[in-house]
Ligand binder design. Structure first.
Ligand code: ZN
Length: 63
């Protein structure tokens, strides 16, 4: 059985985050980081509707 979890770096604080169904804030580590980052880039480049700013999660992240 493949239960390998994928980890991503929180776009805000760069903390390693497990990409799971329970993580409602992915790719962020917490609600706080999600709100901070969202507010940050939304105010700077709110002219990019629907564009994903995150890399594909299939990639392995080595850090
Ligand atoms: Zn974070």
């Amino acid at each position: 059985m493949s239960t390998k979890t994928t980890s991503v770096d929180c776009p805000n604080c760069k903390k390693s985050v497990e990409w799971t169904d329970e993580n409602n804030f992915r790719p962020f580590c917490s609600k706080r980081c999600k709100l901070i980052d969202f507010g940050g880039w939304a105010s700077e480049r709110n002219s990019i509707p629907g564009e994903s700013v995150y890399p594909a999660i299939e990639d392995e992240y080595d850090q």
